[in-house]
Ligand binder design. Structure first.
Ligand code: MF3
Ligand code: CO
Ligand code: CO
Length: 267
């Protein structure tokens, strides 16, 4: 297995810039999420915004991926291919995943959005998944184990009757899209590699309403739930600091169309 590349102060500066642009791109793209919009239009916005900021969209041509971002609605777990014929509908949930290359550094971020007014089922899975990412990030500090992250996520998701996707994991990131660290979103506390200052990676839990198993569509990319039930995902890029982690892809404020109803509370 290739070595884990630790990032020093200079490298974190460069990574932070790429991550900030990725987050800013997603914040702007979020404003396009509405009933009747097609996912290719959102892709085209992300592509143009990225180029305008002197950066490159990482997904385009990555292992043959045909578009500049991934857009995954409802039962699509991840790697949905933007398409003019994929029209967002009232009540859908949709993840938009942006990966930006700036000055050779990668920033990777995603969020799930509500299209119009969400159903209680939609709010339940989206807010559970948002909390899963927060709980996972809260485990990150020097000396913690990779299993601590997955265990925190799995415990919360399964405690609410959901399941954690196994087929995709968080990943090391830096001057490459996917570096050698792997961060499962399930696991056992106290097990696995110890985290150290300067490790940079994504945490990107995919949480299913039903069973955790997935299948691929014939396009070779689109991963969907085997049982056809809903799936949600949130992703941030983080770096381990002296006493915790820095969320490099943090947003500047509330994310448009990814806000729970005012009266939402976990039961
Ligand atoms: N952004 C995805 C991730 O979080 C990877 C997308 S790969 C692509 O790791 F080829 F589908 F773009
Ligand atoms: Co990622
Ligand atoms: Co991503």
């Amino acid at each position: 297995m290739p070595e884990i590349i630790l990032k020093g102060a200079e490298e974190v500066l460069a990574l932070r810039r790429a991550c900030r642009l990725a987050a800013q791109t997603l914040e702007e793209a979020a404003k396009m999420v509405r009933p009747g919009e097609n996912t290719l239009a959102i892709n085209e916005f992300i592509h143009a915004y990225t180029l305008k900021h002197h950066a490159t969209p990482a997904p385009l041509n990555y292992k043959g991926f045909p578009k500049s971002c991934c857009i995954s609605a409802n039962e699509v777990v991840c790697h949905g291919i933007p398409s003019k014929s994929k029209i967002l509908r009232e009540g859908d949930i949709v993840n938009v995943d942006v990966t930006t290359i700036l000055d050779g550094w990668y920033g990777d971020v995603s969020a799930t959005f509500y299209v119009g007014t969400p159903s209680p089922e939609a709010v339940n899975i989206v807010e559970t998944t948002r909390r899963c990412l927060d709980l996972g990030m809260a485990q990150v500090r020097p000396g913690a184990r990779i299993g601590d992250i997955g265990a925190a996520i799995q415990e919360f998701a399964e405690g609410r009757g959901f399941s954690v996707v196994r087929d995709f994991v968080g990943h090391g990131i830096g001057r490459q899209f996917h570096e050698s660290l792997q961060i499962p979103h399930y696991g056992r506390a106290g097990y696995g590699l110890r985290l150290a200052k300067g490790m940079a990676f994504t945490i990107e839990p995919m949480i299913n309403a039903g069973d955790w198993r997935i299948k691929f569509l014939n396009d070779g990319w689109t991963a969907v739930t085997l049982d056809g039930k809903l799936s949600a995902q949130f992703e941030h890029t983080v770096v381990v600091t002296d006493d915790g982690c820095e969320v490099l892809t943090a947003f500047s404020g509330p994310l448009t169309h990814s806000v729970p109803p005012a009266d939402f509370k976990f039961q």
